[in-house]
Design a protein around this ligand. Structure first.
Ligand SMILES: Cc1ncc(COP(=O)(O)O)c(C=O)c1O
Length: 457
């Protein structure tokens, strides 16, 4: 069994995975000529609605780099949106996936089961917050996990309303579009949306200046006045909002909401699709304030790039659903389960929680230094390797999406893959693979600093 695969790039052979040279290397303009050719084919064959952040076509990935078909090696500060936390083609994952593919690829767990599915659910019971009796169900995507978490909460409570928050992102299916806050590009013209979703204010310390208790009281007052606890099945929240701009709520906000849900019989759902699995320096972002959700949704980092998602919840809630009420053809596919077990093995072996904290300790001081030198960085925030800066017009808190786009374009031209986020499109978000070496992280920060200098000169 090999850990890595030989790949032909720009006339030479290389291997994907961690043995890929950990360097930034620019051989052509970005995108290079081979990528430009593929882009033409892409535009003739792929729907416009499916867009690309950076149209370089990837041949190999591993550690902290992505290598494109022109031979350019980019520093990856996005992890495919918080997915490849263990790095691309992580050896433990590759080994288990290869073995599983060779054994069998699919039976449908609802038809004939297999052990990998159970092992993943056992890991979820061990790793997710709380030592209560838990059950899990596996799905393909984060949105599907969220949809199913709401189904479970509705059955278990006999209630219908769902509370979601400002700046929330929960997916692109019909119910999850209703839960997602931002119109463009996620919801525009796609309505009508699912009913019985009520949105309340989030704690956004940079913009609202409120402490956690006050922010929670404001949200709860709105809930009480406009919905009524006895009508509410679930409250769903990202402990750190992802697409919304890595907003870390003020301390005490989440615990107060959990207490309120407990008192009123509302199912508290933590959507940890983006923040889960070592990303913030804990197994789950809920762990930072010791909160225990009734249900937690996970995906992305869980399986290092194989499509897998999960709903894990209190046994009495999960088992309230009638037999056959949950499932799907591919949910918990055996190859994806093997990927998850490999990814979790890597997280443990390499202590990636600790590594995420180290990444925070490298990134936050450097970004704060940059903020001190310019008046366009309004806020530097985040936990672990989920770090963001919010860009504003000088001397104000007015969002500056134009500058954000310029900084990102500069980084891309220099071979550093950076993503944006935020309701106002003015947040640079950094989600490096947790296995990125320090020298690449520092080099990426150098380029980001240069991007600020170039864009504000
Ligand atoms: C918090 C959160 N929930 C749900 C989703 C939807 O996940 P998917 O894109 O796998 O459907 C995302 C995706 O970014 C997310 O960040």
């Amino acid at each position: 069994m090999t850990d890595t695969v030989d790949i032909e790039v720009a006339g030479s052979t290389m291997q994907g995975g961690p043995s890929l040279p950990q360097e930034r290397r620019l051989l052509t303009a970005i995108p290079g000529p081979k990528s430009q050719d593929l882009l033409k084919r892409r535009n003739a064959a792929v729907a416009v609605g499916v867009s690309n952040v950076l149209p370089v076509f990837i041949a190999a990935g591993g550690g902290g780099v992505l290598v494109d078909i022109d031979g350019n090696s980019l520093i990856d500060m996005g992890s495919g949106i918080a997915v490849t936390s263990v790095g691309n083609a992580a050896p433990e994952l590759v080994e288990r996936v290869q073995a599983q593919v060779a054994a069998f690829t699919h039976t449908c767990f609802m038809v004939t089961p297999y052990e990998g599915y159970i092992e993943v659910c056992e890991e979820l019971a061990r790793l997710t917050p709380g030592d209560h009796d838990k059950r899990s169900a596996l799905f393909n995507s984060g949105a599907e996990a969220v949809e199913n978490a709401i189904k479970v909460a509705r059955v278990a409570t006999g209630r219908t309303a769902v509370i979601a928050f400002e700046h929330a992102y929960h997916g692109r299916t019909n119910l999850t579009m209703a839960l997602t806050a931002k119109n463009m590009p996620y919801k525009h013209n796609f309505g009508p949306f699912a009913s019985e979703v009520y949105r309340v204010p989030l704690s956004y310390p940079y913009r609202d200046g409120r402490d956690g208790a006050t922010a929670a009281r404001d949200a709860i007052t709105k809930i009480e006045k406009e919905v009524g606890a006895e009508n509410i099945a679930a409250m769903i929240i990202e402990p750190i909002s992802g697409e919304g701009g890595f907003i870390v709520p003020a301390q005490g906000f989440l615990p107060a909401l959990v207490d309120y849900c407990k008192e009123t019989g509302i199912v508290f759902i933590a959507d940890e699709v983006q923040s889960g699995f070592c990303r913030t320096g804990e197994w789950f972002a809920c762990d930072h304030e010791g909160i225990v959700p009734d249900i937690i949704t996970t995906a992305k980092g869980i399986a290092g790039g194989m499509p897998l998602a999960a709903v894990t919840g209190r046994a009495e809630l999960m088992d309230a659903v009638h037999k056959g009420g949950l499932g799907g053809t591919y949910g918990g596919n055996p190859v994806s389960c093997a990927g998850a077990l490999g990814a979790i093995e890597t997280m443990r072996k390499q202590n990636l929680n600790e590594r995420a904290v180290e990444i925070q300790e490298i990134m936050i001081p450097r970004l704060r230094e940059m903020a001190a030198k310019t008046d366009v960085i309004g806020d530097v925030r985040g936990l672990g390797a989920m770090i963001a800066v919010e860009l504003v017009h000088p001397g104000t808190k007015d969002p500056n999406p134009e500058l954000t786009a310029q900084v990102i374009a500069y980084c891309h031209q220099q071979g550093v893959l950076v993503l944006s986020a935020g309701t106002y499109g003015n947040v640079l978000r950094f989600l490096p693979p947790l296995v990125i070496p320090d020298h690449l992280l520092n080099e990426a920060l150098d380029i980001i600093e240069q991007a600020f200098l170039a864009s504000t000169a």
